[in-house]
Design a protein around this ligand. Sequence first.
Ligand code: HGY
Ligand code: MN
Ligand code: MN
Ligand code: MN
Length: 415
Amino acid sequence: MALKRALKSNIQEMIEGLDKFNSDPKDGTTRILFTEPELKARNYIKEEMAKVGLSVREDAIGNIFATLEGSDPSLPVVWTGSHIDTVINAGKFDGMAGVVAGIEAARLIKEFGQKHKRNIEVLVYTSEEPTRFGLGCLGSRAMAGELSLDKAKELKDEEGNSLTEVLESLGYDLAEFDQIPVKQGGVFAAVELHIEQGAVLESLEVPIGIVESIAGPSSFEVSIAGKQSHAGGTPMNLRHDAFLACCEIALEAERLAKESASKDTVATVGRVEVLPNASNVISGEVYFSIDIRDSDYEVKSECIDNLMKFIEEVEEDRGLTIKVEKINDDQPTPSDQKIIKILEESCTNKEIRFHKMISGAFHDSMMVGKFAPIAMIFVPSKDGISHSPKEWSDYSDIARGTDILADTLLKLANE
Ligand code: HGY
Ligand code: MN
Ligand code: MN
Ligand code: MN
């Protein structure tokens, strides 16, 4: 018996239910890791998981696991899921669509009595966004064994709280932190549904994307120390202008990305702090971020090397002191060809058009792919907008993606 269709109303209800937990409702959705809105959203989603009959647990970094038991729980599990934390003034779909789709897929499988050998688990990964601690994918990174307790202790938010202090204050047991990593083979397959966060599907008028590879992100924190001085009295040849050096570096990062050997190279400077930030003062201190990504690690590394050389030249030419701290330099993650084939067959059987593509955005699947076979389902983003209050995906598109997800999870859970 084929699975019934996912209910758009369930999906809309859970997405809108989650969106009530928001620390800045006047401008999109802001739900930052372990703040009150995010803790309430965690409780809400755990209730929704329990309503569907899933048994819910958390690990020592707050990854949430909701289990639909199979006939042979001893077999490696099948995973789906995403995140519910957001960037500042975000939309209500980035991450949440995948969590909600996972719950609805589990409901379909359970309520229509579909037998499956393997347990199916719906996850909420802790802190996919770097918003609070400056590093993304904290929960899935710890699962991949790439976030030690010592490293977690060093991660600080703007108030100086460390990730571990926050975890302990919430009752998580750090003695269990070393049990978070997932061993190779422990997860049979992991499929994440996510909004595309770009405009490819919309431009092609195709409702489903099948992700073949997730571009690897690299991020850096740069500080420039120049010489704060008077904007009128200082002759141009005597200036050590920290902000204009930042501008030069930002434009060079853009040029390197545009002219790189890979069509997938992207770069931006998203956050800048200029001191003293006064209209008639030459800035003496600037702190800014650099985000560079590519589906090809060698090409990305060459871009980064060239940018670092350029930064040294700017430091020399302008008589500044420039410090670059590497935050992360992640490898791209390829999807598993067997899961891609199952996704393709599911779309074909349901006569749903699909497009195979890369993901420019990173996702928890990028980390999960280090210990398990992964693949992702994309649903269209209106006007390609994301990380913005204007982010929108049609609930009917998410429901369609959920049908493909449920089908694929069921097939994988019976392999
Ligand atoms: O930045 C990203 O790619 C993700 O949305 N956090
Ligand atoms: Mn995001
Ligand atoms: Mn996301
Ligand atoms: Mn390029």
